[in-house]
Design a protein around this ligand. Sequence first.
Ligand code: PLP
Length: 379
Amino acid sequence: MIPFNKPFLTGKEAHYIYQAVYAGKLSGNGEFTKKCHDFFESRYGFKKAILTTSGSDALEMAAILCNINPGDEVIVPSYTFVSSALAFVRERAKIVFADSCDDNPNIDPDKIESLITDKTKVIVVVHYAGVSCDMDKIMDIAHRHGLFVVEDAAQAIDSFYKGRPLGSIGDFGCVSFHETKNVTAGGEGGLLIVNDEQYIRRAEIIWEKGTNRAEFFRGMVNKYGWVDTGSSFLPSEINAAFLYAQLESLTEIQNRRRDIWNAYNNGLKDLALEGFVKLPNIPSYATNNAHMFYMTCRSLEERTELIAFLKENGVLAVFHYLSLHLSEFYKRHNNIIPNLSNCDRFADTLIRLPLFYELKNEEVEYVINAIRDFYEKKH
Ligand SMILES: *Cc1c(COP(=O)(O)O)cnc(C)c1O
């Protein structure tokens, strides 16, 4: 069976974990955490990078930093992972779901403005598959209405919008290092990117359980205590050491993933020309970090058949999000359910193919041929 995903090990992870263990300091904000922060700040020019225990936790920190009052409204695309919305629900916000573009699962910027009310406080964007949303349009709307923008860049490490790294454009960026992402912090991990200097101090306090411990260790205050809300959002040095090993190989990882992505895209072009499937649309303002290779089928039925056919042939391909506006949780808390047809269409027809560093060229060929065989019978 060709699996859908397999976490890649560079070979240095255990070595760095060993170093962390014998350095005798395992809790958060140690040497490896600082190395990771430096990596992100120097490679991408992030104003402030803060490692977190997960992408979901980075989103929770961003939600706290937006200073939500109960009843404030947050606009979130419905085609996303639960955490993009849940982080704000926990701060007592009301979620207003937005639809995807016609030709791309990202939030449709032309449908945002009609959702804004005098209660709106935040726009959350999700760079699906690591491909940027239309950020100039979105930032313009946010500036005109005085709104925060939180980038859920969980899938978007090392990807860019008009040359700017994703996560660095809105007020806050949130990245995930879950084992299914391009690089992992040993299974779970994340990063909060703070782009506005005025929020850095509070972000560090929220990170360290509501205390000003980070300032204490920098010698800025002579004792530390409870000053704000927060939680234990910082990962252990073991996770930071794991992540650092992966970051050292980031370029190599990205290059291999992109080769696999291009092989799929070239190998499936004919089927797209014949109208059987649609391949991903990468807008000219966006880069492709090869986080995932997806395509869309003509119907839910055909997708279900294709997934079953591939499974019979030893390939694990999977669908993705279910529309959040149709979820059990959202329906329980909201009487009015919006009609978001593009989102529903992606929920019904999108399929993701195996893509991981160690996937061999022959295996990619095999998956492409299996998909061709499936559609051969449809002629
Ligand atoms: C993976 C992911 C998350 C959650 O990240 P975790 O590290 O698993 O908490 C949030 N949003 C999106 C779009 C994701 O893909």
